[in-house]
Ligand binder design. Structure first.
Ligand SMILES: C[S@@+](CC[C@H](N)C(=O)[O-])C[C@H]1O[C@@H](n2cnc3c(N)ncnc32)[C@H](O)[C@@H]1O
Length: 145
């Protein structure tokens, strides 16, 4: 566990859980996948390998740098060293998060206000009360906006 700058713990997800998200939902071929708090870029890498456009927002510079290196061969994947509260999610087909529960109320409000109808939100670990849960697979909660 690593705590730098944000005070938020870095706990990576398991690759199996991340792969599972993409088998649980049908995304369009040219989908935009956004990871809010993208850590070392592992979800972005999986999405990029599937041919999707992948964008991550990460405030920990060390993790951001790791993700830039990790994604260096994928022009369809980018990470921004920027707060997730500044993320533009209006064109996203899937927004993924694995964040502390303290983010939930504010994030839910942002997603409901900004995401387009029919898009997906996947929360690893925590449930969000005001969104429509369509699937729960292991620790993954998948919602449709
Ligand atoms: C539990 S980790 C998840 C990392 C990655 N998404 C994964 O599934 O492996 C949460 C990440 O969110 C980042 N984070 C926390 N607050 C943030 C904020 N306000 N803006 C951007 N990133 C943030 C942390 O630095 C950490 O890398």
């Amino acid at each position: 566990m690593l705590v730098i700058f944000s005070g938020a713990p870095y706990v990576p997800t398991f690759s199996r859980d991340l792969h599972d998200i993409f088998t649980e939902i049908q995304l369009p071929k040219n989908a935009l996948v956004i990871d809010l708090g993208s850590g070392d870029g592992r979800l972005l890498l999986i999405a990029a390998k599937k041919g999707y456009t992948a964008i991550g927002y990460e405030i920990n510079p060390l993790l951001w740098a790791v993700s830039v290196w990790r994604l260096r061969n994928y022009p369809n994947a980018h990470t921004r060293l920027k707060s997730l509260w500044k993320a533009d999610v209006k064109d996203a087909d899937l927004v993924f998060t694995f964040l502390n529960k303290i983010y939930a109320a504010r994030l839910e409000k942002k997603l409901l206000a900004e995401m387009k109808a029919g898009s997906y939100f996947s929360s690893f670990g925590f449930a969000y009360g005001n969104l429509e849960l369509i699937k729960k697979h292991r620790a993954n909660h998948i919602y449709k906006l």
